[in-house]
Design a protein around this ligand. Structure first.
Ligand code: AIR
Length: 196
């Protein structure tokens, strides 16, 4: 009960702060917040970087801000906890997490963060053909989803993160539409080339 009334007071303070603004100021504040979506890209080890770079590159291409870090579920558990608990308070909208072998990073982040988590299974040096990583990230228990892309599929993880942001950001949505047109044009050009 005590907790409920505290929550109500916080909501009241928040609504006074935001909705009591003059219309012009309110518009500026809302517009400013509009394109602030950021994607966090984390990985279990620096050895994952050659794979995870693809996510960074495609998000840069889409003009989406990224934050990159190394967080290991097994070697830096305190950092994992801190990152997962706080990412949503720092303007991050989507988290891409890649790891290899016994890849617990995406699932553990998903267990603590309210944000959408995209998991990238990495075929690492300690992996049994990538299957360990794929299954560790894919087979999550009910209630704690991780959107798992293909083995080493960091590029698709980046595109999916952009699409999530694009669902509420028109500028990003337009970029995705243009990107898909480019994909189509490239295939058509290749097909035309076969006929020559
Ligand atoms: N890893 C690191 N901490 C927990 C896990 N699962 C993963 C990394 C990397 C693999 O172990 O994500 O793919 C091998 O790491 P390293 O540092 O030995 O090259």
């Amino acid at each position: 009960m005590e907790h409920d009334s505290r929550t109500r007071i916080t909501i009241q303070i928040f609504s006074v702060k935001v909705f009591d603004l003059k219309p012009e100021t309110k518009k500026t504040v809302l517009n400013k917040n509009k394109n602030m979506s950021k994607v966090a890209i984390i990985m279990g080890s620096i050895s994952d970087m050659p794979v995870m770079q693809d996510a960074i590159d495609i998000l840069k291409q889409f003009n989406i801000e990224t934050e990159v870090d190394i967080v290991s579920a097994h070697r830096t558990p305190e950092k994992l906890f801190d990152f997962s608990k706080n990412a949503h308070t720092r303007g991050i909208s989507v988290i891409i997490a890649g790891a290899g072998g016994a890849a617990h990073l995406p699932g553990m982040v998903a267990s603590m963060s309210p944000l959408p988590i995209i998991g990238v299974p990495v075929k690492s040096s300690n992996s049994i053909d990538g299957w360990d990583s794929v299954l560790s990230i894919l087979q999550m228990p009910g209630g704690v989803p991780v959107a798992t892309v293909a083995l080493n599929g960091a590029k698709n993880a980046g595109i999916l993160a952009a699409q999530i942001i694009g669902s509420h950001d028109k500028k990003v949505l337009d970029t995705i539409i243009a990107y898909k047109e480019e994909l189509k044009a490239a295939v058509n050009k290749a097909a035309e080339g076969l006929k020559k």
